[in-house]
Ligand binder design. Structure first.
Ligand SMILES: [Ca+2]
Ligand SMILES: [Ca+2]
Ligand SMILES: [Ca+2]
Length: 191
């Protein structure tokens, strides 16, 4: 039914509700949010996550949505680029997530032989505020699961502190200088 159109998502993700006479008016709100129009109540609802699918250019895995940003940015720039997409730098909770991301987005036949060159991406992991206290930026949760590459964390490189964590093509992690440039992966939760 037209009146129930696109309005089946839970209110938990609702961030705004506006009067609207038509779905066309509704589409003006929030470029990166999910929009639902209810014709019967003449309401436009704005949600922070997607009720079905993850949106154009996003992949879904295990109830989460992932975006691979190929452009190489500093860690702070990458964080802002995810924010622009109503998401955050990826937080890696277990080996399955780490491995899936690497095989889906990072591992390619064209990767250089040396594992630390290319084919890696920024995550939200860092120890910027206190050396050795590794946390996920968005949730501010302390890392329980860690998946360092064998010789990591290396802490310093050429006198530059390594406080931001990148995921490598093998799914393992490397700490790097936050001003170095990397591709990045954004994550958002599905409704
Ligand atoms: Ca995650
Ligand atoms: Ca560090
Ligand atoms: Ca390192």
């Amino acid at each position: 039914m037209e009146s129930e159109m696109n309005d089946k998502v839970s209110n938990a993700s609702l961030v705004g509700e506006y009067h609207s006479d038509s779905p066309i008016m509704c589409s003006g709100f929030g470029q990166f949010n999910y929009l639902a129009f209810n014709a019967k109540e003449k309401k436009c609802r704005v949600h922070t996550c997607y009720p079905a699918g993850c949106g154009y250019e996003w992949l879904e895995y295990n109830g989460h949505c992932y975006f691979f940003g190929a452009t190489e940015l500093t860690w702070t720039e990458a964080r802002m680029a995810c924010g622009d997409r109503s998401s955050q730098l990826v937080e890696l909770e277990d080996i399955e997530e780490s491995t899936w991301l690497a095989s889906t987005f990072l591992y390619k036949d064209t990767c250089p032989t040396f594992i630390y060159y290319g084919c890696s991406a920024w995550t939200g992991g860092n120890d910027i505020w206190a050396e050795g206290d590794y946390r996920w930026h968005h949730s501010n949760l302390s890392m329980e699961f860690k998946n360092w590459n064998p010789d990591q964390p290396s802490v310093h490189h050429d006198n530059e502190e390594e406080d931001c964590i990148a995921i490598l093509r093998n799914g393992k992690w490397n700490d790097q200088g936050c001003n170095e440039r990397n591709s990045f992966i954004c994550e958002k939760k599905k409704c």
